[in-house]
Write a protein that binds this ligand. Structure first.
Ligand code: HEM
Length: 457
């Protein structure tokens, strides 16, 4: 990809494609989808450009300097406002969408459950769930069989979140909840791209689907909370921490807050990791030489054993492969902040009411920071290379205080699952595979990731 990398001078208007009265660039987005419009604009206008979606002005930033300014050094000028409203329909005021003191109090409650040592203790649950999945694969997958690894990994990561954070055995109910999450996310993505959003109570087919999915999820989540309360048990997990937690006024979290957090963690904690791993296997299936190097490390370190959290420190290549997939296929490919107060960004004034959008997908391909950005090279993630690179150039988990709380959790989970699958299977892309990213709230493989299986042992 060749992009102009020129910086924009102070005082000039922010460049952007030609805009139409009233609709701005909305018609192009409706006709082509948001992604092609963003890609073309980056090529033509460089690292900072504007798009008008109806009356809403979006300022798009790609350069790591500006991204760091918004997420870290000038973060108090921004907040998660109306641009997150469509997501609030699903997760309410959970940790991803909350702001200010309420957010700070919730993060304080949840943070101890995600510290490195606590997360390391969850490795056994993660590998046990993966072992069960692999057992089922062994029974159903013959050599040469083809299957969609994304579906399998979605079920696995949902099971792991249920087990590790909420003490649930989800076997049997995963299908229903996973289906409800998928439907809700799809409908929300459609709503997110609409210039005029009809109220949720209007009986359009999309709204009806969304309302049904939300009812299923609410029912599941309330049952989880009720079940734990009634059991009187308080195992050391996130659900116990939430039930014992307090809000910014020192009051216990109410039922609404608990519902919003449980649904937030279920969603944020499973789909992203399943996507990261599915894209990793797509990358490996199309790069047999990297797959072979991964097998060599996994075999040498584990000698056929189930991995533990401690093993991972001796498996740097496994970690580098995951990072390279997170660079090229960042599940959270875009992010946004509403402007809270007038401030300066890239030499321009941005105003309250405007939205700043940052795009890890493009920042991760910025030619100033990544040599031959489209090439797959796990070596970009040696500790030395990571030390010297601009911190804002690699953002799969975002940056600053709102950085993903689950980053250690998902990197450990991802490495364990990747290693365990690599111990047993070699994959190539099915000749029937049609792997295309779909740029919704997350970057999903539109038609799944259809792989051809070969057993390694
Ligand atoms: C590869 C896997 C993952 C990726 C790529 C990812 C990515 C992200 C990103 C980019 C954000 C910032 C979102 C924003 O500012 O709008 C975020 C926030 C968050 N993530 Fe993750 N995430 C992953 C796994 C997880 C896991 C496993 C959990 C929980 C178990 C989790 C829970 C959260 C929560 C609660 C937040 C909100 C944090 C806050 O605002 O304080 N994520 N994640």
């Amino acid at each position: 990809m060749t992009a102009q990398t020129q910086r924009v001078g102070v005082g000039r208007t922010i460049p952007g494609p030609r805009s139409w009265p009233l609709v701005g660039h909305g018609l192009s987005v409706l006709r082509h989808g948001i992604f092609p419009v963003l890609e073309r604009s980056w090529r033509r206008h460089g690292d900072m450009f504007r798009l008008d979606l109806g009356p809403k002005r979006i300022v798009v930033i790609i350069h790591p300097d500006e991204v760091e300014r918004v997420l870290i050094s000038d973060r108090d000028s921004y907040y998660k406002g109306a641009s997150y409203d469509f997501f609030r329909v699903l997760v309410g005021d959970g940790m991803v969408t909350n702001e200010g003191e309420t957010w700070r109090a919730r993060r304080r409650v949840a943070q101890p459950s995600f510290n490195k040592g606590v997360v390391a203790a969850l490795a056994g649950k993660m590998t046990a769930a993966t072992e069960t999945m692999l057992g089922a694969w062994a029974a159903k997958l013959e050599v040469g069989a083809e299957f969609d690894i994304y579906e399998e990994l979605l079920a696995l990561t949902m099971w792991i979140i249920g087990d590790t954070l909420f003490g649930l055995d989800l076997r049997g109910s995963i299908d229903r909840s996973a289906e409800a999450f998928t439907v809700a996310l799809e409908q929300l993505s459609v709503r997110g791209n609409e210039m005029v959003r009809l109220p949720l109570h209007w009986p359009t087919p999309g709204n009806r689907k969304l309302r049904r999915a939300l009812a299923t999820l609410d029912e599941t989540v309330h049952a989880i909370i009720r079940g734990r309360r009634e059991s009187g048990e308080r195992p050391p997990d996130l659900l116990s921490a939430l039930l014992a937690g307090h809000d910014e006024h020192g009051q216990p979290l109410d039922d609404r807050a608990l519902r919003d957090e449980v649904i937030t963690f279920f969603l944020a904690g499973h789909e992203t990791t399943a996507l990261a791993l599915s894209w990793t296997w797509f990358m490996l299936a199309t790069h047999p030489e990297i797959q072979a190097q991964l097998f060599a490390e996994v075999d040498a370190v584990l000698c056929g054993r189930t991995p533990t959290a401690d093993d991972l420190a001796r498996m740097p290549y496994t970690r580098m492969v995951l990072h390279e997939a997170l660079r090229l296929y960042a599940p959270t490919w875009s992010g946004a902040r509403d402007v809270l107060r007038r401030t300066e960004l890239g030499g321009h004034a941005v105003e309250p009411g405007e939205v700043v959008m940052y795009l890890p997908y493009f920042t991760h391909r910025h030619p100033e920071f990544w040599d031959a950005p489209e090439q797959v090279r796990p070596e970009r993630f040696t500790p030395e290379a990571m030390q010297t690179r601009h911190k804002g150039a690699y953002l799969p988990f975002s940056a600053g205080p709102r950085m993903c709380i689950g980053n250690h959790f998902s990197l450990m989970e991802g490495a364990l699952i990747l290693a365990m699958i690599a111990q047993r299977y070699r994959f190539s892309l099915s000749p029937r595979a049609r792997v295309e990213p779909q740029f919704q709230i997350t970057m999903r493989p539109k038609y799944g990731v259809l792989l051809r299986v070969d057993a390694r042992r």
